[in-house]
Design a protein around this ligand. Structure first.
Ligand code: KG4
Ligand code: ZN
Length: 340
């Protein structure tokens, strides 16, 4: 079975061709990140315009690289939400037109669920597992049982983990996006240089990252006050802060995720989203999970960021469960995990 995946939920335009559930024949991604950098974050109008400009070329390139033709496509899976409405509608309109023209089924896919499904390309989905979704817009723990609708156990009450990385990077003058550069700097800093208090939460499986961001701001202000006007923060301060911030954020994510797995008595944890590329989260969740008999899985690095291969993989799962979307499919900007 050949599935075409289409992803246009934010600043990426992506088309992928997936054979069955295991062979990614192509996964083309055109990012508009460079256009947003001067603004320090994604500008919705620029993102949707980029999707519109790129979608035809990205689709053609995906077919070319997969050495296939549009007529060979059996199923079209497209991101339905959550995301920016302008961007979502570009992919959805394209998918609907193609589905009508080729007379093949169409499936709207939840982007959050798809991030976790990136782990199941070439792997069987475990019978039940805890999902940890960590991206620029979302941080949540969910419970998944095969054939059932996912259940949200907890999410962030304010900033997402990736958003906190991006905001702290901005405070340290590191540019956007902050995650990758902070992760790199953290590896040569002292993680015990600064201590951050773990936020108190009503929900045992919930998160909050705005407090740590403010704590970093105070430390930066204190450090800047010691310097002459206009003098930059020292490299040591930046490295130590990156390491301490990374230690706290990843440790909170790890502890709550493993706690959720033990609470639900499951042996598998599946991680997805941009922050799943983080080196400390990857190594320590695997290590600490192993000590408790829990297997933590992460997607391939190239599947951690937004991409259409994960949309195609989730589309196949839903197709097998009998899901189909009609041509009235539309974008749902605030679509929740397990909502459909
Ligand atoms: O999933 P994603 O591509 O987009 C959203 O759907 O939000 O995630 C992007 C986020 C950004 O906030 C970025 O800073 C973060 O993922 N990120 C990282 C790393 N690589 C990307 N955060 C921490 N460590 C990383 N290595
Ligand atoms: Zn995403």
């Amino acid at each position: 079975m050949i599935t075409l995946g289409i992803e246009t939920s934010c600043d990426e335009t992506s088309c992928a061709v997936l054979k069955n559930t295991d062979k990614v024949l192509s996964n083309i991604i055109s990012s508009s990140l460079f256009r947003h950098k001067p603004f320090g974050g994604v500008v919705p109008e620029i993102a949707s315009r980029h999707c519109l400009e790129q979608i035809d070329t990205v689709f053609a390139e995906a077919l070319r690289e997969a050495k296939t033709k549009a007529e060979k496509i059996d199923l079209i899976a497209v991101t339905e939400g959550p995301g920016l409405i302008g961007s979502l509608l570009v992919g959805i309109s394209f998918a609907k037109a193609l589905s009508y023209r080729l007379k093949v089924p169409l499936i709207g896919v939840n982007h959050l669920e798809a991030h976790l499904s990136a782990n199941f390309i070439g792997q069987k989905e475990p019978a039940h597992y805890i999902g940890l979704l960590v991206s620029g817009g979302h941080t949540m723990i969910s419970y998944h049982k095969r054939g059932k609708i996912p259940v949200l156990m907890g999410s962030t009450v304010d900033d997402a983990a990736g958003e906190a990385y991006d905001k702290v990077a901005k405070l340290l003058g590191l540019g956007y996006p902050g995650g990758p550069v902070m992760d790199k700097l953290a590896q040569t800093g002292d993680p015990s240089a600064f201590r951050f208090t773990k936020p108190k939460q009503e929900n045992r499986f919930g998160f909050s990252f705005s407090g740590i961001k403010t704590a970093v701001l105070y430390e930066v202000q204190k450090e800047s006050a010691k310097k002459k006007a206009g003098e930059a923060l020292s490299e040591k301060f930046i490295r130590d802060m990156a390491a301490s911030f990374q230690y706290s954020v990843t440790q909170w994510l790890i502890e709550k995720t493993l706690d959720a797995a033990q609470y639900k008595k499951v042996k598998d944890v599946v991680v997805g989203g941009g922050v799943s590329a983080n080196s400390r989260l990857r190594s320590h969740l695997v290590e600490e999970g192993r000590k408790r008999g829990i297997l933590a899985r992460f997607p391939d690095f190239k599947l951690t960021l937004d991409n259409a291969a994960m949309i195609a993989r989730r589309g196949v799962e839903l197709f097998r469960k009998g899901k189909r979307s009609s041509l009235s499919l539309t974008g749902i900007p605030n679509l929740k995990m397990g909502a459909k």
